[in-house]
Design a protein. Structure first.
Length: 270
């Protein structure tokens, strides 16, 4: 199975080299980068925020480790300080003894008496030389310890600064995550409002019906106004022809009627 996969990979590489030539690796890396960017762009923001939160939480073990290192270093520095202080006290005593022996030799006295026992100059010189050599070795060791203490104090201060910086940055990152979550909630709320679909078709139908009724009433009013105006129009038809002898015709007509009435009366008289 592994051989098949290896042969397949070699075949793909060979075909790619044959098709694209020397640019095959460039095309391949560009394609991989494009796919990676495409996949990354499709990752939801909520997932990215949660991933960032987990990354911030992973700082806690490192912070605890730094705190443990600082605590252990503090203890060791304390022990070294105590050791240096004890050696300084011890060297002060050795220095007093050396100076006392040296002062004795300067006096020229042949014997040095201490605690009921006497020592000649040769013994005093030998003891002084040995004490002085031990003192110089101890002093060099003390100086080295002091340098070590100074370096460890600097390292301890650096660890403390690093720890304080990590704690501060962790808090800042948590605040930033809270801000991002607040922004996300705001954007999601705006999306919800913008995507909210309200069916206003019934409202539109009601408005359309009201406009239709209003239009019909306008038509009725226009018809009524037209009828009223038609009844009160000024007549524009041509006047009927009036005979010029209308008066004579009237007199003649009524004279004839009068004669007709008188004739029956006259007939009765005869």
């Amino acid at each position: 199975m592994i051989k098949k996969v290896a042969y397949g990979s070699l075949a793909v590489a060979a075909v790619g080299t044959f098709v694209f030539g020397r640019d095959a690796w460039s095309y391949l890396s560009t394609g991989v980068s494009s796919v990676r960017d495409s996949v990354r762009s499709e990752v939801p923001v909520e997932f990215e925020i949660e991933r960032a939160r987990q990354e911030v939480e992973q700082l806690v073990p490192e912070i605890r480790k730094s705190m443990h290192v600082i605590a252990r270093e503090q203890v060791q520095v304390g022990h070294l300080e105590e050791t240096i202080a004890a050696r300084e006290t011890e060297l002060e005593g050795q220095e007093e003894a050396i100076l006392a022996l040296s002062e004795h030799l300067k006096t020229g006295e042949k014997y040095f008496v201490v605690s009921g026992r006497s020592y000649n100059d040769t013994e005093v010189q030998r003891d002084l030389a040995e004490r002085f050599n031990r003192f110089k070795v101890a002093q060099d060791a003390l100086n080295q310890d002091k340098e070590t203490l100074a370096h460890r104090r600097q390292a301890l201060d650096a660890h403390r600064d690093t720890l304080e910086s990590m704690l501060s940055q962790r808090k800042s990152l948590e605040v930033e995550l809270e801000r991002l979550e607040a922004r996300l909630r705001t954007i999601e709320a705006r999306k919800t409002v913008s995507e909210l679909a309200i069916d206003d078709s019934q409202l539109a139908r009601c408005k359309s019906l009201i406009r239709e009724i209003d239009g019909k009433l306008d038509v009725e009013e226009e018809l009524l106004d037209a009828d009223a105006n038609f009844a009160g129009l000024i007549p524009i038809e041509e006047d009927a022809d009036v005979p010029e002898d209308i008066v004579d015709q009237v007199d003649q007509y009524f004279d004839q009627d009068a004669d007709a009435v008188e004739d029956p009366l006259a007939a009765q008289a005869f």
